[in-house]
Design a protein around this ligand. Sequence first.
Ligand code: NAI
Length: 698
Amino acid sequence: MTAEYKVHGDVAVITLSNPPVNGLGLATRRALVAGLMQAQADAAVRSIVITGAGKAFSGGADITEFGTDKALAEPHLHTAIAAVEQCAKPVVAAIHSVCMGGGLELALGCHYRIAAPGCSVALPEVKLGLLPGAGGTQRLPRVLGVEAALNMIVSGEPVPSEFIAAMPGQKLFDKLAASPESLPEEALAFARSVADVRPMPLVRNLPCRHPQGDAYFQFARNMVKGMAKNFPAPAKCVDAVEAATKERFEAGLATERELFIQLMWSSESRALRHLFFAERAASKIPDVPADTPQRAIHSVAVIGAGTMGGGIAMNFLNAGIPVKLLEMKQEALERGIATMRKNYEAQVAKKKLKQDKYEQRMALLSTTLDYADLKDADLVIEAVFEDLGVKESVFKQLDAVMKPGAILASNTSTLDVNKIAAFTARPQDVLGLHFFSPANVMKLLEVVRGDKTAKDVLATVMAVAKKIRKTAVVSGVCDGFIGNRMIERYSQQAGFLLDEGCTPEQVDKAAEKFGFAMGPFRMGDLAGNDIGWAIRKRRAVERPDMKYSKTADLLCEQGRFGQKTGAGWYDYRPGKRDAIPNAEVVQMIEDYRASLGITPRKISDEEIVQRLVFSLVNEAARILEEGIANKASDIDVVYIFGYGFPVHRGGPLNYANEFGLFNVVAAMQRFGQNPLDDAAFWQPAPLLQRLVAEGKQF
Ligand code: NAI
């Protein structure tokens, strides 16, 4: 049973009990309906209270059931809500802590609702590309008014119960309890007070109108169009609420159901649901059990106060963890701190951070030039120059001073973490923590697991990542780890596209139309083209046979490093980020093309996007096969949270699944026949070929 049934005198109390948030899975729905029957059969019971055990009234549908037979199995949520509405005795929802999605829809089916203060109330379905499908779009407007209800449905954001209770004319709550603690007693008293009221009130019988009708809904549609590019759900939420104002209740429910099913099948909702699970799955490491002991992390040290070090330090300060920052020179420390202060002050100016919070955070920061001062830190993160010799000197000094059991991490983006670990006598305590720039903003953290990294070290950093609000993904050791190894292939394709006839603007526009936050060339200008240049110079020694377009090198030879030099693939006005196409860059590309004897051809946006995206897919398949990534969904998380891959596509591998792996492989084979491209690279990865042969997906 996942709901408890107890009788308190003449009131039956049904307590939803399905941890962690009393999700309305099949077993819970069954127990709820059984409880209602039992209460109706018991002559001593005059009214019924439905509440939730533990930390929630109910968090809503059990989304692990989506797409399974269980979601449709009776009693489904509609049936359970109908059973509540049709109950012969008054049913009171006693709402506390969390009341969301299906939980709120269930409460709306009850005859009365009493809420504790401090409760989060929401219909968050839109965040999974859906709409509330169990009457929420029909009942909420009837108790809150059309506009307030539509705002909640379209945003999916939680609203505090006391805020709702204070809304003039609201009928969502019949009563606000004095406190969460007094809710159970107050709910019993309330249930007794309404035991004899007949007819029992039903939300479905309330009127639902908007005085400006059509004009208001037109306005609402325009609003969501701008807000939710690429996502159909918000517009369908508007349609459903409009139906509540125009149709009879049952017809409105049917419209809601139809719209819900359309969304359930949309690729956008599938992508969002995939990411919802992918993000949660990323924190689980197959051979590191959830109960692996963790090391305590009460203080952190950061080595290097440059671009990354300062941002990394801010993450810990924001989470209330003291940080000691080490540099080679006092000036470097001061420069680093000035940048951190500038970042915080910008947040204060934008009212995103209170002045006293800012000061509290900075008070947790101390600085030093002496390694001996770091000896008590529980975790140290190195963010010095990307040079193995420099890393060696840093890690040898850390090994000498750090207390036993301290975790030693490197923020390297390309170097071999096993080599770095071998500079110490404690390789089990060493790993990579690869933050993305700007480190205080970007959500992704690649956790690079060395051959000898201990399991408790991994378990600890995964928990720390959560504390500093990062989405962590584990990667094995390889050049570039998951994300940068893939992006190199993507950049390679971007270069070939220039050689064959595109301009940077055409490539970027096609990528942006597909949904990328930025096309490859605008991204290069933002990150700094010199970074890729340095990597290519290293590659030229390591892999002299690697094919690539030299246009990016020619660009760097002109000092066009990107936004930081005011010029890259595009020009930039001082202090502005708008990319302005530059005729000389286009000429440089044409000259290079001519020097290779290539006649330019017109390349379709479709080909551009496929070559960019499928290059990611092929490299990802190799990464997966080599065991560098633990699962396909981890790769999607990396690309969504670290590289601006369009959310509505759900990541490169989810997109490949949607596109059909057979079609993906066919396209790769086609690209491999292009003599100007890299035929060896386009050989479909063995894993991909196997999946196609077996009719499977990533
Ligand atoms: P940066 O050049 O901005 O900062 C490096 C800082 O380290 C400088 O302030 C320097 O004075 C200091 N430093 C150098 N040697 C030192 C030593 N022996 N002891 C103490 N301090 C020392 O470099 P950035 O961009 O912050 O990169 C740092 C690391 O982070 C590199 O390994 C880089 O590959 C990695 N990384 C960089 C990203 C980026 O976008 N900039 C993204 C992800 C990782």
